[in-house]
Ligand binder design. Structure first.
Ligand code: AMP
Ligand code: ZN
Length: 457
């Protein structure tokens, strides 16, 4: 709201309570959507790893223009249709290692709460019913309207907007007007209507988040988040509804992630560059490689997704995995610590700057860089502290490292065994020749405590 950096402190002094606008469940979420959901996940993890308790609420938009349109086109009931996409969304979240929110309310399950909020808004003079059974929010009744999106007050002749009304859920800044809270029943909505004091109909999209934040987080909570496209009109409208109906401060902080670009441009179905997690898995990439790309840039800047960036992510994750293996050996540890064991650590050793980068405006790119820097010296001294610190930062970033075990062809295994025997016989010339032969075939042999290890060169 202020475009300034502010300290995040829970308003109740105990638990950081935040809300994220969730997916519209009319198809699979794409990797752009997941940039936003992964960033929100990292915000939560960073707070928790820093020792704070959180309450994370993220809704499911399952009744709006798009879900109704596409469920009708599919010839399915709305709930049946959206349930399929909710399931798919959860599967993708799990693959990407996003923690499930503490509460995940769905719009269709909260119709009475939305109706009650409209009644309050009408009673307070902030909303009015029109002749066709719809209800609109009167933006001229809320002088703060436009503050978040920084709409130009001069151009915003609020008094004139009453005759201009938006019925669609989404619209542009230049068509600013009274927006719909309740949509009177229309033939194209099919069976999707509920009874209300204004006749049968359904809620407008913006209302669900105001009803759900009030129910699960109260009139004032710590932070609200979404992708940058939600600033206007969605969040502007949420503020108007909630501030007028509930009277609290609403969200004390706003966190918007910049969009993911693909090959330098917008993702779209028509350009054939709209990817889902499954699309990329089918091409042989792992969800962790996708997550790594999504967090490769600061959230205030666009991240450009390319296949080269996925390949680079693969290399980077393998390098982190090798670093972890060496560090774990130095620390005498063989299994990574659980998430709760790395929350609230006092000493992260050489990885303290990496967590500090996340705690400073969620700088994921810098945190990744500092992980690699830390690994250069982590095994030298205080390895056990550094090992725990490393895992604390990995937990904050939500990264799982790939296994270093590889399928070694029999021929390569046999050469490595022969080299092991030559070494045991102290036949250094033969052992070196076999090492060179392995390298020519693309394998690196490394001597270790228990014998040797093979890595792809
Ligand atoms: P939706 O399912 O359309 O309601 O969007 C879910 C979330 O994804 C919202 O927070 C959007 O702002 C966000 N989003 C949509 N497109 C992108 C994109 N290309 N990059 C990042 N976030 C996006
Ligand atoms: Zn919302």
């Amino acid at each position: 709201m202020s475009r300034e950096m502010r300290d995040l402190q829970p308003v109740d002094g105990k638990c950081f309570r935040f809300y994220c606008c969730g997916p519209t469940v009319y198809g699979p979420a794409h990797i752009g959507n997941f940039r936003t959901f992964v960033l929100q996940d990292i915000l939560r993890r960073t707070l928790e790893v820093g020792g704070l308790k959180t309450k994370h609420v993220r809704n499911i938009t399952d009744v709006d223009d798009k879900t109704i349109r596409d469920s009708q086109a599919a010839g399915e009931g709305l709930r049946e249709f959206t349930a399929r996409w909710v399931k798919r969304f959860h599967e993708d979240c799990e693959k990407l290692n996003c923690l499930p929110p503490h509460v995940e309310p769905s719009a269709v399950e909260h119709i009475p709460q939305q109706i009650a909020m409209i009644e309050t808004l009408i009673a307070k003079g902030n909303a009015y019913a029109s002749g066709d059974g719809s209800v609109y929010f009167r933006i001229s009744s809320f002088p703060e309207y436009g503050r978040l999106a920084r709409l130009d007050r001069q151009d915003l002749d609020l008094g004139k907007t009453q005759d201009q009304r938006a019925d669609a859920d989404e619209y542009e800044k230049d068509s600013i007007c009274d927006f719909v809270l309740w949509k009177g029943r229309r033939p194209e909505d099919g069976e999707n209507h509920w009874s209300s004091p204004w006749g049968e109909g359904r809620p407008g999209w913006h209302l669900e988040c105001s009803a759900m934040t009030q129910q699960y987080l109260g009139d004032t909570f710590d932070l609200h988040s979404g992708g940058v496209d939600l600033v206007f009109p969605h969040h502007e409208n949420e503020i108007a509804q909630s501030r007028c109906a509930c009277g609290g401060e609403f969200a004390r902080h706003w966190f918007h992630g910049t969009h993911l670009l693909v090959d330098g441009g917008k993702m779209s179905k028509s350009l054939g560059n709209l990817y889902t997690v499954s699309d990329l898995e089918e091409r042989g990439f792992t969800p962790m490689e996708i997550r790594y790309v999504l967090i490769g840039g600061h959230y205030r800047k666009p991240v450009n997704f390319t296949f080269d960036s996925l390949h680079a992510a693969r290399e980077a994750l393998a390098k982190l995995a090798r670093g972890e293996r060496d560090l774990a050996r130095a620390a005498g540890e063989d299994a990574p610590p659980a998430y709760r064991e790395v929350a609230g650590l006092d000493d992260l050793g050489v990885f303290a700057p990496a967590l500090a980068a996340l705690q400073d405006d969620l700088n994921t790119a810098e945190a990744l860089g500092r992980l690699f820097t830390g690994l250069r010296t982590a095994a030298d001294d205080h390895a056990a502290t550094n090992w725990r610190g490393f895992h604390a930062v990995l937990a904050a970033l939500g990264l799982r490292l790939p296994s270093l075990e590889v399928d070694v062809p029999d021929e390569i295994r046999a050469l490595a065994e022969k080299r092991g025997e030559a070494r045991a016989d102290k036949d250094w010339a033969a052992s070196d020749a076999l090492r060179d032969e392995l390298l020519e075939k693309g394998w690196l042999v490394k001597d270790s405590r228990d014998g040797y290890e093979l890595e792809k060169a």
